[in-house]
Design a protein around this ligand. Structure first.
Ligand SMILES: C[S@@+](CC[C@H](N)C(=O)[O-])C[C@H]1O[C@@H](n2cnc3c(N)ncnc32)[C@H](O)[C@@H]1O
Length: 324
C-alpha cells in the first residue's frame, strides 16, 4: 500500500510540474492572443471617431490598442499578483530578489523625496505611494517613522492612458503631489539647472542632473527607446545616495534553449504589446549606467530574479533597489 501511495504521489508531482512547464511556455502566446482580441474594437472606435481627415496613423492605433489591453486585461491581473511585492519594494524591504520578512536584515531605504515614476501607464501602482510614504510636500510634520515623498512625476507618453492615470491619482488623494508628465523619458533630462528653469517658465518639465531622489520603474524599461543611453540619462538625474526601485522583465539567462525560445517569441511579441521587448539585458544596462569604465555606478546594487520564478518563465523578472 505504502509504495503504491508514494508512486501515486510522485506521478501527481511530475504531472503537476509538466503542466506548470507547458503553461509557462505557452503563457506569452495566451497573452498575445488576449491582446489581439482587443484590436477589432479599438480599430472600430478609431475609424468611427471623427478626426481631422485621413484615418488613424499606425502609431495612434498601436497606442490605443496597447492602452486598452493594458488598462482592461493585463494591468489589473499583474497588479493583483504583484501588489505585495511592489509594496515591499517601495518600502525598501527587498533583498536578493525577494520580499523580506518583518524585522529581517538586509533591506534598503524606503521611497522618499522627489520621485520619478517611469511609464506610469494607467496608474495601477499610484495608490501604493501613500501606503508606503507620507505623500505631500506642504507644511506639517511627516508621520513619525514614515518616509516623506514630496513630489511624484509620473512620466507617461501614451495619451490613451492619461484619463485612467488622472483618475487613479485623484482616487489616491495625490492630486497636489503627483504630476503627469506626458512625454517619453528620453525628453526629460535638461543639460543644466538653468536650462530646466527656462523650460519651467515655458510650462515644460525637464529635470536637471542630480535633481531626483528616487526613480520607480515597474515594467517600463522594456518599452523605452535606446535603453542603454536613456538608462544612463536617468542615472544622471539621480542625486548621490538616490535610489532606483526596479521591477522589470528581462532577457532570459537560464539556458541556450530558453534564450532561443525567448528570442523566437520576441519576433511576434513587440507587435502585439505596444513595442515591448522581451530580450533586453536591462540588469546589465542598469549595472553599467554610470558609464565610467572601471568605476561602479552604484554604492549598492541589490537586484536579482525572484527565486520563485522557475526556468520555464519566458518572461523572467528582476526585482531590487539600486543606490547611487
Ligand atoms: C508595460 S506598460 C507598464 C505600465 C505601468 N508601469 C504598469 O505597471 O502598469 C509600459 C509603459 O511604458 C510606457 N512607455 C513607453 N515608452 C516610454 C517612454 N519612452 N518613456 C516612458 N514611458 C514609456 C508605455 O506607454 C506604458 O505605459
Amino acid at each position: 500500500m505504502a509504495p503504491t501511495l508514494s508512486v501515486l504521489r510522485r506521478t501527481v508531482a511530475v504531472l503537476a510540474r509538466t503542466v506548470a512547464v507547458f503553461t509557462g511556455l505557452l503563457d506569452p502566446w495566451v497573452f498575445m492572443s488576449v491582446s489581439l482580441s482587443y484590436l477589432p474594437r479599438v480599430l472600430a472606435t478609431l475609424i468611427l471617431a471623427p478626426t481631422g481627415g485621413g484615418g488613424p496613423s499606425l502609431a495612434r492605433i498601436r497606442e490605443a490598442w496597447f492602452g486598452a489591453f493594458w488598462r482592461e486585461a493585463a494591468g489589473p491581473g499583474i497588479r493583483a499578483r504583484n501588489a505585495e511585492r511592489v509594496r515591499a519594494l517601495l518600502r525598501g524591504r527587498v533583498h536578493a530578489g525577494r520580499a523580506l520578512a518583518d524585522g529581517a536584515e538586509g533591506g534598503n531605504a524606503p521611497l522618499a523625496g522627489v520621485v520619478l515614476e517611469l511609464g506610469a501607464g494607467a496608474g495601477f501602482w499610484v495608490d501604493v505611494f501613500p501606503e508606503v510614504a507620507d505623500c505631500g510636500g506642504g507644511g506639517g510634520e511627516a508621520e513619525p517613522g514614515r518616509p516623506r515623498v514630496e513630489r511624484i512625476y509620473g512620466v507617461e507618453p501614451n495619451a490613451a492612458h492619461h484619463p485612467a492615470l488622472r483618475a487613479a491619482v485623484a482616487r489616491a488623494g495625490l492630486a497636489d503631489v503627483y504630476d503627469i508628465v506626458p512625454v517619453g523619458i528620453e525628453a526629460l533630462r535638461a543639460p543644466s539647472a538653468a536650462a530646466a528653469a527656462l523650460d519651467a517658465r515655458a510650462g515644460r518639465l525637464r529635470l536637471p542632473p542630480a535633481s531626483v531622489d528616487c526613480i520607480v520603474s515597474l515594467l517600463c524599461l522594456c518599452s523605452i527607446p535606446d535603453p542603454e543611453r536613456n538608462i544612463r540619462a536617468l542615472y544622471d538625474l539621480l542625486r548621490d545616495g538616490g535610489r532606483w526601485y526596479v521591477y522589470e522583465h528581462v532577457r532570459c539567462e537560464y539556458s541556450w534553449y530558453m534564450r532561443a525560445y525567448q528570442r523566437f517569441v520576441n519576433i511576434f511579441w513587440p507587435h502585439f504589446l505596444g513595442g515591448c521587448q522581451l530580450c533586453r539585458p536591462t540588469a546589465t544596462y542598469l549595472r553599467a549606467a554610470g558609464g565610467v569604465t572601471g568605476v561602479d555606478a552604484w554604492s549598492r546594487f541589490d537586484l536579482a530574479q525572484p527565486p520563485e520564478e522557475e526556468w520555464w518563465h519566458t518572461v523572467p523578472h528582476v526585482l531590487g533597489v539600486l543606490t547611487k
